[in-house]
Design a protein around this ligand. Structure first.
Ligand code: SF4
Ligand code: SF4
Length: 250
């Protein structure tokens, strides 16, 4: 059974109204799969609800990761900074209302796969490219997660059918330079290929990480991406970035 939980009171409605550029899901912890449930138990035993923030990526440069202090530990990008600020605002507003709420650290450090929390809401799916696909924004979405002790009874759940997003076009598979989709997605193969190209080494004064984006930039899944084309700024910028990456041997 698929669910997406929607705001059932002014508290949630206020959040949605304030941050119009984002989308949210409020998922009772018991909806999650065992692995994610266990994560929340360790992270915040009293948490009853996982809140997923979906931030649309309109400009790929804002989604380019960099390391301000030159180390991978400081990895950040404009969109993640904006999303983290929104999470902080939400956390403060909950805490002001005596509702304990914590921001889950970004996956690299937390170990929680945000995409699996998002699909527990029945909203979107994991595409063939192994990325989370949002019904409107497809692969061009950045996720953040909060854990809150807010009662799930304050939420209402409605059944939705928004979990068929992938177009099964195989463009991501055909474009992959690492051949990482031979038998389903092989994350290690992708990582190995990228490591060999030096993608995990910050480059230039801003410490930019030139991650491969090929399986992202060819994906047209998501309603807002139907008109997406090779003429779009998003595509051209991403293509330029990949070309430079190839030229520099990174
Ligand atoms: S990021 Fe690049 S190497 Fe990795 S799966 Fe996607 S296209 Fe292949
Ligand atoms: S490129 Fe096609 S097959 Fe791959 S995830 Fe996107 S819609 Fe699905």
């Amino acid at each position: 059974m698929e669910y997406r939980t929607h705001a059932a009171n002014n508290f949630y409605a206020g959040i949605i109204k304030t941050y119009k550029e984002c989308d949210f899901s409020f998922i009772p912890i018991h909806y999650l799969k065992e692995r994610e449930k266990q994560y929340f138990k360790r992270f915040m035993g009293e948490a009853k609800t996982a809140i997923v923030l979906y931030y649309p990526v309109k400009n790929i440069m804002d989604w380019t990761w960099n390391c301000p202090d030159g180390t991978i530990a400081s990895e950040t990008c404009n969109i993640d900074e904006r999303a983290a600020t929104i999470c902080k605002d939400i956390q403060n507003s909950f805490i002001t209302n005596s509702i304990n709420t914590k921001i889950v650290p970004y996956p690299e450090t937390s170990g929680l796969q945000f995409r699996f929390v998002a699909i527990a809401a029945g909203y979107g799916e994991i595409g063939r490219n192994a990325h989370y696909l949002h019904p409107q924004w497809g692969v061009r979405i950045h996720l953040r997660v909060l854990a809150s002790e807010i009662q799930s009874s304050l939420l209402c759940s409605i059944k939705t059918k928004t979990n068929k997003v992938c177009l099964q076009c195989n463009r991501c598979i055909d474009t992959c330079p690492a051949d990482a989709f031979k038998n389903g997605f092989d994350g290690l193969q992708c990582r190995r290929f990228r490591k060999n190209r030096g993608e995990y080494i910050p480059t230039g004064p801003k410490g930019i990480l030139r991650y491969c984006k090929k399986c992202v930039m060819v994906c047209k899944a998501g309603k807002n991406n139907r008109k997406y084309s090779e003429k779009s700024t998003f595509y051209k910028t991403a293509q330029k970035d990949n070309r430079e990456q190839t030229n520099t041997g990174n």
